[in-house]
Design a binder for this molecule. Structure first.
Ligand SMILES: Nc1ncnc2c1ncn2[C@@H]1O[C@H](COP(=O)(O)OP(=O)(O)OP(=O)(O)O)[C@@H](O)[C@H]1O
Ligand SMILES: [Mg+2]
Length: 252
């Protein structure tokens, strides 16, 4: 089963072809890494997948959800979660509340909405709180539960945005540069976390840090100047001459 498929997707910004005839698939419960040098088109591809950017031609399909372009809100309800290249937390909510808010876009109706007017509100809220704390515990950020996002380190904020995305119980999690701004120790925690997600969801990982993705993906798609120049297992990609030339700037 395929969770997400790009079919001949092109995106043009004026005279610039940011994506050119891009096709690839994210199979169910696999981690696919989308890599490429600066300006290769990774974020553009990510935005197309999220529904933020309309392709100039081609389609993005979520086969389980039917064909046709879906709005970001529809994708969220259908079990697609994402974190953006930045962090994007609600600045007036505590870290814990930010994570709990992720449950709002659970597939099959909002846990949040279900809270309203039910006699068991307190129990449900307690349950969500416990769930949020357990996600945060997995990421080692429980101690920041009461902090406001403005007062926490960048690496912690990135983890908060992942914990929030996981609260929506996604079938597909899309991450844009989750490793940026993290130190070595944090990278290891992230690596383990992302590998652990494969048991329950598909992951599309957009990443600049090639060493980081190599360790944890099932498949890699390599973009350069908007085109897919290679796709395959990390082992195949690591010896692919086109990739080495483009990505590492090595001339043959
Ligand atoms: N909204 C836009 N309008 C015009 N050009 C854009 C727009 N967004 C991206 N581009 C251009 O499209 C190309 C691909 O950009 P994109 O941000 O997708 O690359 P990227 O692989 O994510 O790069 P980075 O590694 O720096 O994040 C670049 O040349 C960029 O300048
Ligand atoms: Mg980018």
């Amino acid at each position: 089963m395929v969770t997400l498929a790009f079919n001949n997707v092109s995106v043009r910004f004026g005279g610039l072809l940011a994506l050119s005839d891009v096709s690839f698939e994210v199979p169910e419960k696999q981690i696919v890494g989308l890599i490429g040098p600066n300006g290769a088109g990774k974020t553009t591809a990510f935005n197309v997948a999220c529904g933020f950017q309309k392709p100039t031609s081609g389609t993005v399909d979520f086969p389980e959800l039917g064909r046709g372009r879906l709005k970001p809100s529809q994708l969220a309800r259908a079990g697609v979660a994402r974190t953006l290249q930045g962090v994007g937390l609600f600045s007036h909510l505590s870290v814990l509340e930010n994570v709990m808010a992720g449950a709002q876009s659970r597939p099959g109706g909002s846990a949040w909405r279900a809270l309203v007017g039910l006699p068991s509100v307190a129990r449900q809220e307690r349950h969500l709180r416990e769930e949020a704390l357990s996600q945060m515990d997995r990421l080692g950020i429980v101690e920041f539960a009461r902090s406001l996002p403005g007062g926490i380190p960048y690496g912690v904020a990135k983890k908060v945005s992942i914990a929030r995305a996981l609260m929506s119980q996604p079938r597909l999690l899309m991450l844009d540069e989750p490793a940026s701004g993290l130190d070595e120790a944090e990278l290891e925690v992230f690596e383990e976390l992302i590998v652990g997600l494969r048991a329950s969801m598909s992951v599309l990982l957009v990443e600049h840090n090639m060493d980081f993705v190599m360790q944890l993906v099932d498949q890699l798609v390599v973009l350069n100047f908007g085109r897919v120049i290679a796709q395959g297992s990390p082992r195949d990609i690591s010896t692919n001459a086109d990739v080495l030339a483009a990505y590492l700037g090595i001339d043959e």
